[in-house]
Design a protein around this ligand. Structure first.
Ligand code: ATP
Ligand code: FE
Length: 356
């Protein structure tokens, strides 16, 4: 079994070819970081254009690197259906967040269901109890922004180089700073649930920067920037509190998960923010203290990639969960139900009642 995974949900165009045994035959990512840096965020129209410019090339490269032609494959919406229709092969639709979680099982052969997963990225903050493939219970989600969004905005307000994405730049600057210097408060302390909120912390950071005389509304130039060590202090203090919020929620989620499924042994942490070393270290400590094990994919598989899509395709295909080949003459403008905000699983009742 060989699967091509195609990933175009946000700002990266990625494709990968993965074998059923987990062997990664090829992996190609074309990043829109330049666009992102120029416009300070993802502009959907622009992202779409950029995807369509590079998708043929990215898929072609992934196939070439894997020494395959389109014919050798079974894959994962328009591009995939076109290939599948042309060669009469089945197709697997993949949920982006499920793919972020399941790629952990590609890395860790021993990782069996059930497990707990924290998915932290640009658009999501999810705590999921994965009972089995396709059977997920959502223990927590964000009530406003995701942590990656808070990293990106903070980085932009601090005038950091956004070309590699705000997260990595902020992480780097934070290493020079004093994490106790600026007193930000940890979100949602009074809510004894597993939900997240990062909008308030974002506002705290903006006010801290503005109080040091930086106008966050205009692009930051060296002229209106506070000095590097003061910015590093803000970065480090932000990071400490942003991650403390994760730690608190995970600690409670572990308790909830163990009540529901006493055999849970692992917390998977994935999504772009999971490539952050400080996040990994802090969560590793917490998870060990709780007698569990942390499983975190390598950074290149935490941020968006084609491998996770291909692997999730493999997992579903193996259980016979796939669609028949589309008709070869399917019109280009066929409209699909893309379900952009499809929930990954059922909401946990406690999460619902306490979130109110
Ligand atoms: P989603 O998965 O929610 O749909 P997305 O696909 O845009 O969103 P990912 O590629 O999964 O997001 O993750 C990107 C996010 O991860 C960005 O917000 C980026 O700043 C953040 N990120 C990447 N590396 C780091 C890092 N080292 N530290 C903190 N944040 C990081
Ligand atoms: Fe993602």
């Amino acid at each position: 079994l060989v699967v091509l995974g195609i990933e175009t949900s946000c700002d990266d165009t990625a494709a990968a070819v993965v074998r059923g045994n987990g062997e990664i035959l090829s992996q190609v990512v074309s990043s829109q970081a330049d666009l992102l840096a120029r416009y300070g965020g993802v502009a959907p129209k622009m992202a779409e254009e950029a995807h369509s410019q590079v998708i043929d090339q990215v898929v072609q490269q992934a196939l070439e690197k894997a020494k395959l032609t389109e014919m050798d494959l079974s894959l994962g919406v328009h591009k995939a259906r076109k290939i599948a229709g042309k060669f009469n092969i089945p197709i697997v639709g993949v949920h982006h967040m499920e793919a972020h979680a399941l790629v952990a099982r590609l890395m860790e052969e021993e990782l069996r269901f059930p497990f707990l997963a924290l998915l932290i990225s640009g658009g999501h903050n999810l705590l999921i109890l994965a009972h089995d493939l396709g059977q997920y219970v959502q223990l927590g989600t964000t009530i406003d922004d995701a942590i990656g969004e808070a990293y990106d905005k903070t980085a932009r307000w601090l005038g950091l180089d956004m070309r590699r994405g705000g997260g990595p730049a902020l992480e780097e600057l934070a290493q020079e700073g004093d994490a106790d210097s600026v007193k930000f408060s940890v979100p949602m302390k009074q809510h004894k649930d597993c939900n997240f909120s990062y909008a308030g912390l974002k506002t705290q950071v903006r006010l801290a920067i503005e109080s040091r005389n930086v106008n966050t509304e205009i692009p930051i130039s060296s002229a209106n920037c506070i000095d590097r060590s003061a910015r590093a202090d803000i970065a480090a203090s932000f990071q400490r509190v942003a991650v403390l919020h994760l730690e608190e929620r995970c600690e409670r989620a572990i308790e909830w998960a163990l009540n529901l499924e006493p055999s849970v042994k692992v917390l998977v942490v994935s999504g772009g923010v999971a490539s952050n070393k400080y996040v990994r270290t802090r969560l590793d400590e917490l998870v060990k203290k709780k007698g569990l094990q942390l499983v975190c994919p390598p950074p290149s598989l935490c941020t968006d990639n084609g491998v996770m899509v291909a692997w999730t395709g493999i997992e579903h295909f193996r259980l016979g969960r796939f669609d028949p080949p589309p008709p070869p003459d399917e019109p280009e403008d066929t409209v699909f139900d893309l379900r952009p905000r499809w929930p990954l699983g059922e909401e946990h009742s406690e999460g619902r009642s306490e979130a109110r």
